[in-house]
Design a protein around this ligand. Structure first.
Ligand SMILES: NCc1[nH]cc(CCC(=O)O)c1CC(=O)O
Length: 311
C-alpha cells in the first residue's frame, strides 16, 4: 500500500499514547502513517459519563472515519457502544494490556489498609458497586477527568485514593503511582478494559487486511469478544455496574491433548443493587456464545436488565 494512512485519535494524553504505539507498529510493517486528532464531545464536557452517555468519546471519531477524513480509528475498546457500526470494520484487536483496575492510594496504602471512612474517587458505577460490596466502610466519591487530574486528587490530599484502569497508567508510563493492582476476585474490570479497537471503513479491504495482519491478537480478540457479548446480552451501557474478564486457559481434551479454552467471569447488579457473580468456560472459537450464556445465567440469578444512559 503506497498511500499514507491517516490514523484518527482523540487528543487526550492517553489516546495519543495508545495511537502512537499503533502508528509505530504499522510503520515497522512498512506503512506510511499520519496521526490526526479528532476532538469529541466527551473531551469537551466535564459532566458525569452516566449523564452524557456511552459513545461520547467514540462517535465523533467514528463519524470522521466513515466520512473519509481519516482511514483508521484507534479507540479504547471499553469506550465503544456494544452495537456494531455497520459503516466500519473492527479490523484488529491488538495484544491486550493487563486488564486489572489499579488502586492509587496515599502513603502507599493497599485496599485493606484504608481506614473506615476513607474517600475513594471513581466515576464508574461498576467500580463503586464492587468497592461498596467489600464492606470496608469506604466512602466512594464521584470523580471524572483525565488520568493526571485523577492522580492529582491523591497527591494533593483531596482524596485518600482513586481507582483507575491499570492499562491507562501503563500506557502513560505511570505504573509507579499504583499502590495495588486489584484482584479480579474483588474488582472485575470493565468488559474489554485494557484492549484497543482498531477500525477502518468496511469497504476499505486493503487497510482492513493490513491492520488485521499487522496488529490483531487472536487470544485478546476472543477474550474481549466473550466479555462484550455478556455486556450486550445484559443490555448494559459502559457506565452500568457490569464487570467481565475472560482468560485463555489450557485444558485437557477427552483424548488427553491440550486445548485452549476461554474462562469467563462476570459480575452484575440486581435491581436492589446487590452484586451477583458467576463464571463459565467455553470454546475459544465460541466466545460470543460463552458471553451470552454467562449473561443468561446472571439474568437467571436475578441480574437487572440494564438500560444504561444510552446503550
Ligand atoms: N473510561 C475512560 C477510559 N477508557 C479507557 C481507559 C483506560 C485504558 C483501557 O482500559 O483501555 C480509561 C480510563 C480508566 O478507566 O481509568
Amino acid at each position: 500500500m503506497n498511500r499514507t494512512l491517516r490514523i484518527g485519535t482523540r487528543g487526550s494524553a492517553l489516546a495519543l499514547a495508545q495511537t502512537g504505539h499503533i502508528a509505530e507498529a504499522l510503520e515497522r510493517a512498512g506503512a506510511k502513517v499520519e496521526i490526526v486528532t479528532v476532538s469529541t464531545p466527551g473531551d469537551r464536557s466535564s459532566a458525569p459519563i452516566a449523564e452524557i452517555g456511552i459513545g461520547v468519546f467514540t462517535s465523533a471519531l467514528r463519524d470522521a472515519l466513515a466520512a473519509g477524513e481519516v482511514d483508521v480509528a484507534v479507540h479504547s475498546y471499553k469506550d465503544l457502544p456494544t452495537a456494531p457500526d455497520p459503516r466500519l470494520s473492527l479490523a484488529a484487536v491488538p495484544l491486550r494490556e493487563d486488564p486489572r483496575d489499579a488502586l492509587v492510594a496515599r502513603d502507599g496504602l493497599v485496599l485493606g489498609e484504608l481506614p473506615v471512612g476513607s474517600t475513594v474517587g471513581t466515576g464508574s458505577p461498576r467500580r463503586a458497586a464492587q468497592l461498596e460490596a467489600l464492606g470496608l466502610g469506604l466512602t466512594v466519591v464521584p470523580l471524572r477527568g483525565n488520568v493526571d487530574t485523577r492522580l492529582r486528587k491523591v497527591t494533593d490530599g483531596v482524596l485518600d485514593a482513586v481507582v483507575l484502569a491499570r492499562a491507562g497508567l501503563a500506557r502513560l508510563g505511570r505504573l509507579d503511582a499504583i499502590t495495588e493492582s486489584l484482584d479480579p476476585l474483588q474488582m472485575l474490570p470493565a468488559p474489554a478494559q485494557g484492549a484497543l479497537a482498531v477500525e477502518c471503513r468496511v469497504d476499505d479491504v486493503d487497510t482492513e487486511h493490513l491492520l488485521a495482519s499487522t496488529l490483531d491478537d487472536q487470544a485478546s480478540r476472543a477474550a474481549v469478544t466473550a466479555e462484550r457479548a455478556m455486556l450486550a446480552a445484559l443490555e448494559a451501557g459502559c457506565s452500568a455496574p457490569v464487570g467481565a474478564l475472560a482468560d485463555v486457559v489450557e485444558d485437557l481434551d477427552d483424548d488427553g491433548s491440550v486445548v485452549l479454552r476461554l474462562s469467563l467471569r462476570g459480575v452484575a447488579a440486581t435491581p436492589q443493587n446487590d452484586l451477583l457473580r458467576a463464571s463459565a468456560t467455553g470454546d475459544l472459537t465460541a466466545a460470543e456464545q460463552l458471553g451470552r450464556a454467562l449473561a443468561a445465567e446472571l439474568l437467571d440469578l436475578g441480574a437487572a436488565v440494564l438500560s444504561g444512559p444510552e446503550a
